[in-house]
Every structure is written in C-alpha cells, then in structure tokens.
Write a protein that binds this ligand. Structure first.
Ligand SMILES: [Zn+2]
Length: 142
C-alpha cells in the first residue's frame, strides 16, 4: 500500500501532522514526529513529540494530539489517527500510544503511518492492539 493514492480522510490528517511535526521538540532522538487525530465530529487535532532530558517524562506526538482533542471535546471518539516521521521509515504508534488511542477508539478506528516521502500504510487499531484492555474492562455490574 505504499505510494498509492492517499485515502481522502487521511489527506487532511497528513497535512495537520506535518505542520505539527515541524514543531517537534526532539533534541535527543532527533526524530521529529507528528500525529493527527480525526474525531467523530470531523475535527482534526494534531500533536508533536515533546522530549525531555529526563527521558521517561517526554511525550509522544499521539499523546499530545490526544491531549488537544480531550481539552477541546472531552472524551469523544477517534475515527482515525495518522503518524508521520521525518525519517525514511514509517513509524507506528508505540505500545503506550496504541493503548492511549484505544481508550477513545471506535470498533473500526484506523491508524495511518506515513513518511514525508509519501510512503504510507494503514491498519485497524484493533490489529495494532489485539485484545486491548479498555474502559469495558472496568465497568462494574449493577
Ligand atoms: Zn507513543
């Protein structure tokens, strides 16, 4: 699925993610990452990685994009997410971000991974986090 025509829903996501990626604070990894999330409302929220000298404190681009989404819309659902990197290889969300996305996902939420050169792939989130732990696991019976 590389170099094929981008799906229409991913075009706006890609543009937003590229703009966010250009703001990345990545002095340690030197890998700028941008992410964009399509809410069910149709709005797009973007984020970039924010590294920190205390490495575990850093934030992934997906996390900052989700923070923007929740700040604006609360706990809305995510229709699609896209991750773009400056490097030559596509990068999928890390394990923690797959879990973060899962919290707001629909059954058919799609994740795109792309590069500036235009390579891209997509996968259903459920394929990236099979048997994920989610809000349904914490519901108490009444
Ligand atoms: Zn991550």
């Amino acid at each position: 699925m590389s170099k094929a025509v981008f799906p229409p829903e991913a075009v706006g996501l890609r543009a937003a993610a590229i703009e966010a990626m250009r703001q990345a604070y990545a002095p340690y990894s030197r890998l700028a990452v941008g992410a964009a999330i399509l809410a069910t409302s149709g709005e797009i929220f973007a984020g970039c990685n924010v590294e920190n000298a205390a490495f575990p404190v850093g934030l992934c681009a997906e996390a900052t994009a989700l923070g923007a989404l929740v700040t604006r819309l609360g706990g809305t659902r995510v229709r699609a997410a896209l991750v773009i990197v400056e490097g030559p290889e596509k990068a999928w969300p890390c394990g923690a971000c797959r879990q973060r996305l899962w919290e707001f996902a629909l059954a058919d939420t799609v994740v795109y991974a792309t590069t500036l050169a235009g390579e891209w792939s997509s996968r259903p989130l459920v394929q990236l986090l099979p048997l994920g732990f989610g809000p349904h696991n914490l519901k108490t019976s009444e």
